[in-house]
Design a protein around this ligand. Structure first.
Ligand SMILES: [Zn+2]
Length: 424
């Protein structure tokens, strides 16, 4: 039997996102043959999936897995909560308890992380470390052996550790091998007086062992493409303004056939020139937009700039409104709109300033003006109709899904402040 909701997801992933059959099967935890059957099926998707009969979670696990994949990485401000997913499942006909949904989600997360960890190939990196540190150019002193042993011993945590673990490694290096970061960043040439043959060889060995250039090329095994796909994000986590489009080669398509392969830049949150041992760490590679990566973040060090890790933003870290909202009861020109940015002082404020978010958001006053004029045009309708029109027609996306839309949080917040000000 073909499940139309599932069919929609599978077709979207396969046709639009060019995700491989194998990957779809993995995400949905169904067999590859089932995926193929869905792709080949000639059932067409209804615009609105039919309401299902009362059922248990088993009938919804595929859908829930897909949702969890989409929410897998904490977003900028707040991702869709499990509670919301539970309510959406109820809407689709699920009649079970929240606890079952929560239990499924826990199980799913453990499985997901295991897959990523096993895919990240720590053994391969360990072998490369052996090879690089075994080269004749690398001195056999205690200082050098200590670094090599530390890296080998902590390889798993270096590659897949969470942001706190990565920071702990940096602190360890600063304490035990205090010359390393300084020398790596300065990277003096052989002619320079600061050049030190032994140090240069060690830095190069570490840099080569955690080889990002190799990692970043399109390939079917673990690498930059797989990483971006695992995150499943659509929007830049630094600014929430730009898309981070991703297209990969579907499995089974021969190499000589030209297909669109494109991924967003991966920003080294901790720059790899200073911290070469974090060159291919899962949580050090942030899929982000070109503006954030190439015009703003560059090789800047978040520790010097006081920037928080983008996946560790506190919920409701900042909010948006428009200046002088009182005058928005009548049409205003885009030029008169000024988007104002509210955020807690501290690291989040640093982030906002560093990424020039207030200036960048104010580029979008035209979109806000469009939204406002729609809002106004619905206010004169009878009360109930007006409420429904505003709810469904003003925002260009479903309320609550702002995290997955460009400008999403900003539009949601401004919409809410308009509501607060004018709907009596
Ligand atoms: Zn960005």
């Amino acid at each position: 039997m073909i499940d139309v909701a599932l069919l929609g997801i599978i077709r979207r992933w396969y046709i639009r996102d060019r995700i491989s059959i194998r990957e779809i099967a993995r995400r949905l935890d169904i067999s590859r043959n089932t995926v193929r059957r869905y792709i080949r099926s000639d059932v067409s998707e209804p615009a609105y999936p039919a309401r299902r009969s009362p059922s248990s979670l088993d009938d919804f696990t595929a859908r829930l897995s897909a949702w969890l994949s989409a929410e897998a990485v904490k977003s900028w401000k707040q991702r869709r909560t499990l509670k919301q997913m539970f309510l959406d499942l109820r809407e689709l006909g699920y009649e079970g308890s929240y606890d079952r949904v929560a239990a499924f989600s826990r199980q799913w997360r453990v499985g997901q992380m295991e897959r990523v960890k096993s895919a990240s190939k720590s053994t391969q990196t360990r072998l490369r470390l052996e090879e690089e540190f075994g080269k004749p150019s690398v001195a056999r002193t205690k200082k050098v052996t200590d670094i090599s042993n530390y890296l080998k011993k902590n390889i798993d945590s270096l590659l897949t550790g969470d942001p706190a673990q990565l920071l702990a490694h940096i602190k360890h290096f600063e304490k035990k091998f205090n010359w390393f970061h300084v020398y790596a960043l300065a990277n003096p040439t052989a002619k320079s007086a600061a050049y030190d043959k032994e140090k240069a060889a060690v830095v190069r060995a570490v840099y080569n062992a955690f080889n990002y250039d190799k990692f970043s090329r399109p390939r079917s095994t673990w690498g930059a493409y797989k990483l971006v796909m695992t995150y499943g994000k659509r929007i830049c986590p630094y600014c929430n303004l730009n898309h981070i489009n991703f297209h990969s080669r579907p499995r089974g398509i021969p190499k000589k056939m030209k297909v669109l392969e494109m991924r967003p830049p991966l920003d080294h949150y901790y720059p790899r020139f200073s911290y070469p041992y974090l060159g291919i760490s899962l949580y050090n590679l942030i899929p982000c937009c070109h503006q954030c990566n190439s015009s703003i973040k560059l090789q800047k060090d978040p520790l010097t700039e006081g920037l928080p890790h983008p996946f560790e933003f506190p919920a409701k870290a900042f909010s948006f409104t428009v200046q002088d909202i009182g005058k928005f009861d009548k049409p205003v020109k885009a030029e008169e709109i000024k988007i104002s940015f509210g955020c807690k002082p501290g690291p989040v404020q640093e982030h906002v300033t560093f990424f020039a978010l207030p200036e960048r958001y104010n580029w979008y006053v035209h979109e806000i003006a469009d939204m406002h004029s729609k809002y106004l045009s619905y206010t004169s309708a009878p009360k109930e109709l007006s409420a429904a029109l505003k709810r469904d027609m003003v925002l260009p996306f479903k309320p609550g899904t702002g995290a997955e839309r460009t400008l999403g949080f900003c539009m949601e917040d401004i919409f809410n402040s308009l509501e607060k000000q004018f709907s009596k």
